[in-house]
Design a protein around this ligand. Structure first.
Ligand SMILES: [Zn+2]
Length: 263
């Protein structure tokens, strides 16, 4: 099963639809390295952007904002120059819920430790975490870590974004965002077609994020995951089984992965 998670892809179809159908006033794409010109062109399709602003960094990456109102894209990039006040201002201009922006700022800035925010949001979640708010996948419909994974305002935005997508696309996005994930970092992610309960997932298929940087962990997990049908996590220990047969029993100490079963 092949899927890329969090690969900093410039063009995210659901975000294009959200902009084109007026759900979002502007989109921010951070740290983009490829497809910059193509992304600008794609957003320029009918109903797309009216303004593009680009900030080029010394490492060759680009921050790109496309907006539907003149002057807005530039204002967002300008606001981001101030790391604390700018996050509140740019979050508001991008149409993110105020509660989520506040939680992001309170969670520690700058540095963008997305998994730190992710863990905090998970701890704050009162009901079941909702897959529609999974921000790590390339198909994410909310491009930010919400204040909690059942935030009503973030869910409203996620549903409006999904409703702006063609129905076939929306179904695929909903299915993929709902897949349970096991993660060490925002890139070292395993995803499952199956169902997770506390500390355990039973699955039909599993895959390791192709963009995962820890090659050894990826290699160690891939074979057993492909042959297995259940995985358990106990602290740093990961156990993969097929029925009663253990295929992998490995410790990744000191790092304990998170297993997230979305609803
Ligand atoms: Zn919120």
């Amino acid at each position: 099963m092949r899927l890329r998670y969090y690969s900093k892809k410039a063009y995210v179809p659901s975000q294009h639809w959200a902009l084109a159908r007026g759900v979002r006033p502007a989109l921010l794409m951070e740290g983009v390295r490829t497809e910059v010109e193509r992304t600008i062109a794609r957003h320029a399709q009918p109903g797309g952007h009216r303004e593009v602003a680009v900030e080029r960094h010394a490492d060759g990456s680009v921050d790109l904002v496309v907006a539907t109102r003149r002057g807005l894209a530039r204002r967002i990039l300008d606001a981001r120059r101030d790391p604390v006040r700018g996050a509140a201002e740019s979050g508001r201009l991008l149409g993110y819920p105020a509660c989520c922006v506040r939680a992001f700022i309170d969670g520690g800035l700058p540095g963008h430790d997305d998994l730190g925010h992710f863990r905090q949001a998970l701890r704050r979640t009162r009901g079941a975490p909702r897959g529609l708010l999974n921000p790590l996948c390339d198909l994410a419909v909310v491009p930010f870590v919400p204040c909690r994974f059942d935030c009503p305002r973030a869910l409203r935005l996620a549903r409006a974004t999904l409703a702006a997508c063609p129905p076939d696309e929306a179904r695929t996005i909903r299915r993929i965002l709902g897949m349970p994930i096991l993660l060490w970092t925002d890139l070292d992610i395993v995803f499952f077609e199956g169902r997770a309960t506390k500390g355990r997932v039973r699955y039909r298929r599993a895959g390791v994020n192709e963009a995962a940087p820890d090659f050894n962990r990826r290699r160690l997990l891939s074979g057993p995951l492909a042959r297995g049908n259940s995985l358990e996590v106990e602290g740093a220990q990961v156990i993969v089984r097929r029925g009663k047969k253990t295929l992998l029993d490995a410790s990744f100490a000191p790092w304990s992965p998170l297993l997230v079963g979305w609803r």
